[in-house]
Each structure stands twice: as structure tokens, then as C-alpha cells.
Design a protein around this ligand. Structure first.
Ligand code: FES
Length: 105
């Protein structure tokens, strides 16, 4: 399934990921900028923050309490903010669009 990451400067990164991988892994494997993934995907750093396109937000499961807590402490969050390490790719998410913050710090 494909994911379209749109960087803060508007540059588009269309990447392919495997079902079962999380979006942070797929982004870092493809050198997508602004996704750092410092904690390795265990929901404890928030350096994988991205804005999920509103058209896709309902296709994701709800945020866990840990994800809510980490996002509360993250900068520049919006209602569509998610931690990309907590989104696991599957065929239903083929074509998902995620915009990226200018920086994670
Ligand atoms: Fe650390 Fe997502 S990679 S919270």
C-alpha cells in the first residue's frame, strides 16, 4: 500500500510500505524528512508526529491513551495530529495522505 507524505515545504514523497509496518518505519526507511522516530516506535518520543489528511482520519482506529498523552506534550499539534508509529499500514489505508510538521523540535 502507498502513502503520500507531504513535507512542510510542499515536497511530496510517495512511498510504498508493507502491510503490518507502521508509518514511522515506512517513512524512515524511505528517508522522508521530519519523521525521526527517536524511540523506535514505542510511543514515547512524539518525533514521528504527522497530520493525517481529514479524509483519512476516520479510517484509523482511535488514539490510545499513551498516544493522546504524548501528543499533548508535542509541539504544533492540530486535531488531525497522530503519531505515525501508532498507525499500522493495511490495504484499507492505501493512498493515505500525511502532512509533516516543519520540524519535530
Ligand atoms: Fe516515538 Fe512514535 S516513534 S512516539
Amino acid at each position: 500500500p502507498k502513502i503520500l507524505f507531504i513535507a512542510h515545504d510542499g515536497k511530496e514523497h510517495l512511498v510504498d510500505g508493507a502491510s503490518g509496518q507502521n508509518l514511522m518505519q515506512i517513512a524512515t526507511d524511505n528517508m522522508v524528512p521530519s519523521i525521526l522516530g527517536d524511540c523506535g516506535g514505542v510511543c514515547s518520543c512524539a518525533t514521528c508526529h504527522g497530520y493525517v489528511d481529514p479524509a483519512w482520519i476516520d479510517k484509523l482506529g482511535p488514539k490510545s491513551e499513551e498516544e493522546e498523552m504524548m501528543l499533548d506534550g508535542a509541539l504544533n499539534t492540530e486535531p488531525t495530529s497522530r503519531l505515525t508509529c501508532q498507525i499500522v499500514m493495511n490495504d484499507a489505508l492505501d493512498g493515505i495522505v500525511v502532512r509533516l510538521p516543519a520540524s519535530q523540535i
